[in-house]
Unconditional design. Structure first.
Length: 316
């Protein structure tokens, strides 16, 4: 047999041996690979409720999911019980526009229902407002909650939704001067579009705050009727003398706004010191009025040092 032929056979044997060596090595790691693969597939799903141990942790300054409140009219005494004695109740509660109801979504349980009577606008006749004082001044914080606009809700021109504030919590055409306060609420707009509505020293308008749209891939984000949405804001105070204050927003866990050009203050005495539960149709004239009797539902308010949206499963 020619030598080169033996060599060829010998090479083939080497190739086969090498192949089986690789298979053996592969088999050694197979159980590990299977385990890792299974772990990836069978990963525990996130809960739809905020985990109780997180609520009890030092990261959370305030939580209210309304589960202990009696069903029916959400009276001043109960609101103060849930939100603390320092809560400053402004509008809508004495007028009977706040109620605790049972939601059909078991994960929500009891929720807050706010009434917006037909043909009204502004907080005196429409929606509700109270200020949750945090008892300290913070440089950065998160706030989050669930909100649902029911089927058939008519958004009209828009209205306010709660957010973090500081100092005198400037709203209603009172442009901040750097020494008074600021606010960073959320607004729904025509068709359910969403924007951050921010009163700060460097705002463009001499009266009203800056509206910054919530967008994803260049498209405006919308509230969907009949669906619970999770909204979250991160606010960080600006360095004194600079317009570098930050607001980052998430809708249903997705990043929808990230801007860092806000001038909330010019003095160190102003920080984040309150959460403003503020909701009403408006706008300052009747073109903003509710077209019919409307309701909006709220649940699971959290004020925290860390974000909440990564801890819970969203409706997708
Ligand atoms: Ca609840």
């Amino acid at each position: 047999m020619p030598r080169y032929f033996i060599g060829a056979i010998s090479n083939k044997e080497e190739v086969v041996k090498k192949y089986f060596r690789q298979v053996e090595i592969g088999l050694l790691f197979l159980p590990l690979a299977v385990l890792l693969n299974c772990a990836a597939v069978v990963r525990m799903p996130l809960p739809k409720k905020i985990p109780a141990d997180f609520i009890r942790s030092d990261a959370v300054l305030f939580y209210n999911g309304f589960e202990q409140a009696p069903l029916g009219y959400y009276e001043k005494w109960r609101l103060a019980w849930d939100w603390g004695d320092s809560v400053y109740i402004k509008d809508g509660v004495a007028g009977g526009r706040t109620t605790i109801v049972q939601d059909k979504d078991k994960n929500r349980g009891k929720v807050l229902c706010v009434l917006y009577p037909e043909g009204t606008f502004g907080p005196k006749e429409n929606g509700a407002q109270w200020l949750l004082k945090l008892g300290a001044q913070y440089e950065e914080l998160y706030c989050s909650y669930w909100v649902k606009f029911p089927y058939g809700f008519e958004f009209v021109k828009g209205g306010k939704l709660p957010g973090l504030v500081g100092g005198e919590a400037n709203t209603g055409g009172q442009k901040p001067n750097g020494k008074d306060g600021w606010s960073a609420r959320i607004m729904w707009q025509k068709g359910g579009a969403i924007r951050q509505y921010v009163y700060h020293v460097a705002q463009k308008d001499p009266l009203y705050g800056d509206g910054r749209p919530w967008q994803e891939e260049g498209e405006n984000c919308l509230f969907t009727q009949g669906q619970w949405h999770h909204v979250e804001n991160y606010v960080k105070m600006n360095t004194l003398g600079k317009s570098n204050g930050v607001i980052i927003s998430w809708l249903d866990g997705r990043l929808v706004m990230d801007e860092e050009d806000f001038r909330f203050r010019d003095i160190p005495e102003i920080g984040i010191d309150a959460f403003y539960f503020s909701t009403f149709f408006g706008g300052a004239d009747e073109t903003w009025a509710a077209a019919k009797r409307e309701y909006i539902y709220f649940d699971d308010f959290v004020i925290s040092r860390v974000p909440v949206h990564g801890l819970i499963r969203m409706n997708r």
